[in-house]
Structure formats: structure tokens, C-alpha cells
Design a binder for this molecule. Structure first.
Ligand SMILES: Nc1ncnc2c1ncn2[C@@H]1O[C@H](COP(=O)(O)OP(=O)(O)OP(=O)(O)O)[C@@H](O)[C@H]1O
Length: 779
């Protein structure tokens, strides 16, 4: 006991010493930052005094520009270095509060024992002695991977071996040790218990202090071209992805920056949820997007893109077509066979078959589509399709210039002239006057011709821009033609689709496209086909691509992402049990491996679920048909409750009561509905009685308190308490097992499932003693 408290005192003394050193370094930095800032201000103030400005002769102009450039470079260098110091200070301030979270005592062969303290960043004293090692430093990996005894770690120079004698964890707040544990096999269950038992946050936290061995393997992988992580709900996939990004930024700090890493995440809400992890670790955020945003940006204003969530809602509502045919369409259009069919189709277009549009101006055909086709196919076959586009565009622009000259003589131009304002006339006058033949008597004619050119030029500008954007190519018509050819290009029956079903899908797609709409399942085929034909903008600068919630991507989306980022390393993370549509026909792992054929790929399974209490994980695991894969983390908590009510009003009243009660002990209470409609209804009821927020597709951020959220938006998030809206047998059918699993696994500490009448049959697989039933007997 006494021993322990002596140890504690010694450790606190070391914390005090480190904090003192960190603070003193902060002071030095702040002082030097102040100098740099003043210098920058000075440069700004005297900017024009210190440059030589002279525009008299061409040489003077060059000298002036050089002088301005030099001055600007000096300024921006000062500002950059100020920004750098500021960032440093922020990290140091974090160290001053909590300098480290672990200590390992390690000795290499014949070397003396070293005490290695590990924190979120390295810190060296004035003698270049490490007071804190960055958690990403090579030696730190023994903390995550090893247990006391013989250990090894990899360095750029090779593997080092030694003996670990102690592994200790700390929780330090405001420079004071809150708790301290010596740990063995796993990274302190006690510490993990403490961290996981805490209340939810509206932003994700970093997990550096308690990264588990299997997670560390993913974080530090630098070899794989494809790293595929299949992990149970709450097993830390997203956390691992973010710590991995931080690790890569550290490991490759000389050659990699945050703009070269892109993360595809499920929705904007999720984007903001994870946005603080990297800054918390002193790194900049990577580029973040959703596939939908990317597609919308690419497709532009021509077509209205249906999002994955609209797709989900539309399928729920059975609005447009019998849903099983839609399922089949999604399956076929999302398959790799379809991807190959597009490639095959594009290859057939080398000789003929491209669809073009007439170039029309004021209802008059300037260049016909036949002329464009002739031009396009006048090039030798050895020219790829994408290579022909700029050549054709150049020719068309030349032809348009000619057409413009003809147009200048047209009557409408003269009419337009009347409408011009004074400035136009003035410009025309000036231009004619500055012309070489000042003496000419027909300056009026010249002015007129100048103005005609101006007018036609303005109108033709748009036309020319659209030529530069290759709008003479008829993308929609081409895609429709491709759809017609599909039965010849692939075996539809292999994917369970008949010719007549395909015909009906095709005609629905066509009418949608004519209405300027495109469904999610057509987005990739449409973009891929036009990329193969027109050429794509290559994304060579991205070195790492991360895709979270991979189970919601179709095979074609994965293949397309590889096509877009051909030189990047991919990390894909997901859980087949949380697939949004519940129809996981082809294994994503196999698909991914097929796409990355012959490249180094690694598949890692994360089985242990950390998010929820043991009773909740036990319950959710039982919802799954093959839930045995999920391992529990022992953390106590209450049994989930299934609350059966007689009618809607009663259910809503109970939801209200539960939410009110749970909000007293929780930071976040999420009421999760299957569809947006269900959520809106609950929201209308609750809104009159309590402070509550409804989250929708456009929501970018959420606050603590009670929220109502549709299932697909809750993906990837977590809440202290979850109340599931009406999980009755009519609402959650056999095919929605994964959806219910996903919803329930959002709960960290408390889970309540409400139902109007008989609860869903999906709970039949759950043992009775895994939950408690509360039945309300109303009217
Ligand atoms: N090693 C760890 N130490 C501390 N907390 C952890 C660890 N691993 C995971 N967690 C916590 O578990 C929770 C779930 O993590 P995360 O959201 O990353 O899991 P996920 O696998 O992406 O989940 P899902 O697929 O269900 O969305 C988070 O609160 C995270 O902080």
C-alpha cells in the first residue's frame, strides 16, 4: 500500500516536472511567436515602402514585380511560421494538461532500462532527452502490442528486440494523476472500462490511450494496397480509421499531407461527428466527402441525383415500382458484371455509335450531329475516344468562329444593337479610334461591325463554353442506348433477371432521365460510361483512400472508386451485418479482392464490440442470425427494455416519458425511427412537450439532448440512450434484421424498444432473459 502510494507520488513528481518543462517551452514559443507576429505586421505596414515601384520601362516593370514577389514571400513565410508555432502551442497546451497516458520500462539487449512515457505528441527537454514519446513513434508500439516480457518493435532500420518490464497506464487531468494502473495482457480493462463508461459526446473522441492490439495492427499497416476491415458494430472501425490517418501523417510526415488523404463517409452528419479527432491529435483533417456529394458534383446541374437515403425511403414507400423489381435493378446495376458490360460497350464505340447533339443557336442548326459524328470518326482508330474529344472540340470552336462571322450580318444583331448601353458604344468608339487607320471616313461602319462582333461574341461565349465541356456529346442518349444493349453484353438471368423485367427497368430509367432525374443505382454506370468515352480527370494526388461503411457500397461503386484513384492505397471498413438494404448478395471482401487482384491486400477482423454495455451487446448479437462472431466487452448495465403499447398515442406518450427520464442520466438520447416519416410523426408529438430536435438529410451537426433521427442517418453514430420507435412486427420484417441490429447497436448505456402490438419477429431469436418486457394496457 505504502509502496503504491510512494510510486504514485514519484509519478506525480515526474508529471509535475514534465508539465513545468512543457509550460516553460510554451512561454518561449509564445514569446518567439510574438516576435514573428510583430515582424509580419511590420512587413505588412511597410510593404510598399520596401518595394521599388517603377512601371516606366519593361525592365522596370519586371524589377517591380520581382520586388513585390519577394516581399510577399517574406510575409507569407513569416505568417506560415507564426501559424506553425500556434499549432505547436496548441499541442503543447494539451500536453501540459495531460502529458502522457502510458509508461513502459524497456531494455534492449545489454542496454540499461529505459522508461518510455507515451503521449499524444513527442516532447524533448533542452538536452534532447525524450520526456514524452509520440504514440506513433516506433517504440510506442510495444505498449499496444506487447505484454511484460520479451518484446520487439519495427523501426525503419529493422526490428529491435528487448524486454519490457513494466506497462503502466495513467489518466491525467490538469496535470494531476487521476488514476494509474499496471497492466498485463490487454491494455488496461480498468482504464477501458472507465473510458467506455463515460457519457457520450456529440463528437467522436480519439482512442490513443487504449488502442487494442488488433486495432493497432490496422493503424500501423504501411504495406497493404488494400486493407479491408470487417468489424462488428462498435468494434472501433471508424476510430481505427482516424487513428490510422494520424499515424500515416506522422510516419510519412516528410512526404504526406492531409490533403492527400480522402475519407468517404456515409453522410454530412457523420462528417461533422468525426471532425474533431484529428485536430485533437494535433493533425489537420483529411479531405472528407460522401459518395453522394461526389456524384452530385460530377453530374452537375443536368440531372437531379437521388441519394442513398432517398433510395432507401423510396423503397420503403414502394412509391414508384414494385420494390422487388427495384431490388433486382439495384443488384444488376450495382454488379461487377454490369461494370464489365460498360467497358465492353465503350470498346465497341471506336468505329461508330457515339451519340451527338446538334449545335443550335437561336433555333437554327449551326453544326449538325451528323457533321460532328463525321468529324469524330474521321480520326484513326488508334486514337482513343477520350483523345479525340479535345481535337473535335478544337475543330468545332474553329467552325463556330466562322459561324459567328456569318451571324454578325443577321438582322437580330442590328436589333440588339439598339438595346446596348452607353458604355458599349463608348468602348466601340474607343476601339475604332485606337485602330491603326485613324483617318478612315467609314468609322461608323467600323463601330457597327465592332458592336456586331461584340454582340455575337457574347451570345457565342456560352455556346463555346459548352463545346469546351463536350456538351455536343449526348451522354443521356448514350446511356439509354447502352441500357438497350445490356442483354447482349451480360447474362441477366445469372443475376435473376428476365428480359421483360429488364425492359421495364430500362423504360423507367429512360423516363426518369428525360425528367432530368437519376437514381442512385444509375449514378456510377452513368459516370463510368462517360468517363470511358470522354476521359476522366485523374486523381493522382490522393495517396490514401478510406471508405467507411463499405457494406453500403455496391460492387460497381468499389470498382469505380478504384478506377478514380488508381494509384492510391485503400482502407475499407465495414460490417456486413449493418448493410442498409439487408441484401448482401456478394461478399464485399471477395469483390474488393477481385478489384485489387495481384496487389497486396490484408483482411482484418475486429470482433470485440466496445461501444455498448454487455447486456446490450448480448441482446443485439442475438438479433443477428450468425451473431456468434461478435465478442462482448464486459461492462455492466441494465437489461434492454421492450415496451409494448396498444396504439400509436400510447407509444408516443411512453416514448416521451422514457426520453424525459433517460435525459436526466444521459448527454444524448436518440429516438430512432425506421423512416423519416415515422420520425416526423414522433417529432410533432414530442415537440409540444419537450425540447427535442429532428435530424434530417441536410443536418450537419447535432447537439446534446433529445433527438429524433431516421435509421440511416444514425449509422456510425452513438448515443448514451436509444429509444427505438415502433419496432412492431408490421414495421420490421424478416429482411430488416440488419437494420434493426444497426439501430440497436447505437446505444452505449441504455436501450428501449417500443412497439405497437406484437414486437417484431426478429426478436424471437433473442433469449427471454436478455431483456425485460414492459406491457402497457391501454384502452
Ligand atoms: N481501443 C479503444 N479504446 C477506447 N474506446 C474504444 C476503443 N475502440 C473503440 N472504442 C469506442 O467504441 C465506440 C465505437 O467505436 P467506433 O464508432 O469507432 O466503432 P465502429 O466499428 O465504427 O462502429 P459501427 O460500425 O457500429 O458504427 C466508440 O465510442 C469508441 O470510442
Amino acid at each position: 500500500m505504502e509502496n503504491q502510494s510512494r510510486e504514485w507520488t514519484q509519478e506525480q513528481e515526474r508529471v509535475d516536472y514534465t508539465v513545468k518543462k512543457v509550460r516553460s517551452h510554451i512561454n518561449t514559443l509564445v514569446a518567439s511567436a510574438e516576435n514573428v507576429k510583430q515582424e509580419a505586421e511590420e512587413i505588412r505596414r511597410n510593404f510598399w515602402e520596401d518595394v521599388t515601384v517603377n512601371f516606366d520601362e519593361p525592365d522596370d516593370v519586371i524589377e517591380t514585380m520581382t520586388s513585390i514577389k519577394q516581399q510577399m514571400e517574406l510575409l507569407s513565410e513569416r505568417e506560415r511560421s507564426y501559424g506553425h508555432v500556434e499549432e505547436n502551442v496548441k499541442t503543447l497546451q494539451k500536453l501540459a494538461s495531460s502529458p502522457y497516458f502510458a509508461r513502459v520500462d524497456f531494455s534492449e539487449e545489454k542496454e540499461p532500462l529505459e522508461q518510455i512515457y507515451i503521449g499524444i505528441a513527442s516532447f524533448l527537454d533542452e538536452h534532447d532527452e525524450y520526456l514524452v514519446y509520440d504514440w506513433r513513434a516506433p517504440i510506442s508500439s510495444i505498449y499496444y502490442d506487447g505484454i511484460p516480457g520479451p518484446v520487439s518493435y519495427k523501426t525503419p532500420e529493422g526490428t529491435r528486440y528487448g524486454e519490457m518490464e513494466l506497462k503502466r497506464q495513467f489518466l491525467i487531468r490538469d496535470g494531476v494523476i487521476q488514476s494509474m494502473f499496471d497492466t498485463g495482457v490487454t491494455i488496461g480493462d480498468e482504464m477501458l472500462q472507465e473510458i467506455l463508461g463515460a457519457k457520450a459526446n456529440t463528437h467522436m473522441k480519439s482512442i490513443v490511450a487504449t488502442i487494442q492490439k488488433e486495432q493497432n495492427k490496422i493503424i500501423r499497416d504501411i504495406k497493404s494496397q488494400l486493407l479491408f476491415v470487417q468489424g462488428a458494430a462498435g468494434s472501433g472501425k471508424t476510430s481505427v480509421a482516424l487513428q490510422r490517418i494520424a499515424f500515416l501523417l506522422y510516419h510519412f510526415r516528410e512526404s504526406l499531407n492531409a490533403e492527400q488523404i480522402i475519407l468517404f463517409s456515409p453522410n454530412p452528419l457523420f462528417n461533422s461527428y468525426i471532425s474533431k479527432v484529428l485536430p485533437e491529435l494535433g493533425e489537420n483533417n483529411m479531405v472528407q466527402t460522401t459518395f453522394y456529394d461526389y456524384a452530385r458534383h460530377r453530374i452537375g446541374k443536368d440531372l437531379e441525383v437521388e441519394s442513398l437515403f432517398e433510395q432507401f425511403e423510396n423503397r420503403l414507400k414502394d412509391r414508384d415500382e414494385p420494390s422487388d423489381i427495384r431490388e433486382k435493378a439495384i443488384n444488376v446495376k450495382g454488379s461487377l458484371d454490369f461494370y464489365h458490360a460498360i467497358q465492353q460497350y465503350a470498346e465497341q464505340l471506336l468505329d461508330n455509335g457515339l451519340f451527338f447533339r446538334d449545335i443550335v443557336f437561336r433555333g437554327k442548326q449551326l453544326i449538325s450531329k451528323q457533321e460532328i459524328a463525321e468529324l469524330f470518326y474521321s480520326y484513326d482508330k488508334s486514337y482513343s475516344l477520350p483523345n479525340r474529344f479535345p481535337l473535335v472540340a478544337k475543330q468545332l470552336l474553329r467552325m463556330l468562329d466562322e459561324k459567328a462571322r456569318e451571324e454578325e450580318q443577321e438582322e437580330w444583331v442590328e436589333e440588339q444593337m439598339e438595346l446596348l448601353d452607353r458604355d458599349d458604344f463608348l468602348a466601340a468608339f474607343k476601339s475604332v479610334k485606337s485602330g491603326k487607320n485613324d483617318e478612315v471616313f467609314d468609322s461608323f461602319e467600323q463601330e457597327k461591325s465592332y458592336l456586331a462582333k461584340e454582340i455575337v461574341g457574347r451570345y457565342f461565349r456560352r455556346l463555346k463554353r459548352s463545346v469546351k465541356q463536350y456538351r455536343f456529346f449526348h451522354r443521356k442518349a448514350q446511356y439509354i442506348h447502352f441500357l438497350e444493349q445490356v442483354p447482349k453484353l451480360m447474362q441477366l438471368d445469372k443475376l435473376g433477371m428476365s428480359q421483360s423485367e429488364w425492359d421495364s427497368i430500362r423504360s423507367q430509367t429512360m423516363s426518369r432521365l428525360r425528367n432530368k432525374q437519376i437514381q442512385m443505382e444509375d449514378v456510377v454506370p452513368y459516370m463510368y460510361l462517360s468517363d470511358l468515352i470522354e476521359g476522366k480527370k485523374s486523381q493522382t494526388s490522393m495517396k490514401y483512400v478510406f471508405i467507411d461503411e463499405i457494406q453500403d457500397y455496391t460492387p460497381i461503386q468499389l470498382a469505380y472508386l478504384r478506377f478514380l484513384f488508381p494509384y492510391s492505397k485503400f482502407t475499407m471498413l465495414g460490417d456486413i451485418n449493418q448493410s442498409i438494404h439487408g441484401t448482401e448478395s456478394e461478399s464485399k471482401i471477395q469483390i474488393a479482392e477481385e478489384i485489387f487482384q495481384n496487389q497486396k491486400s490484408e483482411i482484418v477482423y475486429l470482433k470485440k464490440s466496445y461501444r455498448s454495455t454487455m447486456p446490450i451487446t448480448r441482446f443485439t448479437k442475438a438479433i443477428l442470425e450468425d451473431g456468434e462472431e461478435v465478442e462482448l466487452f464486459e461492462r455492466d448495465g441494465e437489461l434492454p427494455t421492450v415496451l409494448i403499447t396498444k396504439n400509436k398515442n400510447e407509444m408516443l406518450e411512453k416514448v416521451f416519458e422514457k426520453a424525459k427520464c433517460l435525459s436526466k442520466e444521459s448527454n444524448t438520447v436518440a429516438i430512432i425511427g425506421k423512416s423519416l416519416e415515422q420520425c416526423e410523426e414522433a417529432f410533432r408529438y414530442l415537440q409540444m412537450r419537450m425540447d427535442v430536435t429532428l435530424l434530417g438529410m441536410e443536418t450537419r451537426e447535432f447537439n446534446e439532448g433529445v433527438i429524433v433521427i431516421p435509421s440511416y442517418l444514425a449509422k456510425g453514430l452513438e448515443f448514451d440512450s436509444v429509444i427505438v420507435l415502433n419496432a412492431s412486427d408490421e414495421v420490421y420484417r424478416d429482411s430488416e434484421r440488419k437494420l434493426l441490429y444497426t439501430i440497436c447497436t447505437r446505444a452505449m448505456h441504455r436501450l428501449v424498444i417500443t412497439s405497437i402490438g406484437t414486437p417484431t419477429r426478429l426478436l424471437n431469436s433473442v433469449q427471454n432473459d436478455y431483456y425485460q418486457i414492459a406491457e402497457i394496457r391501454g384502452e
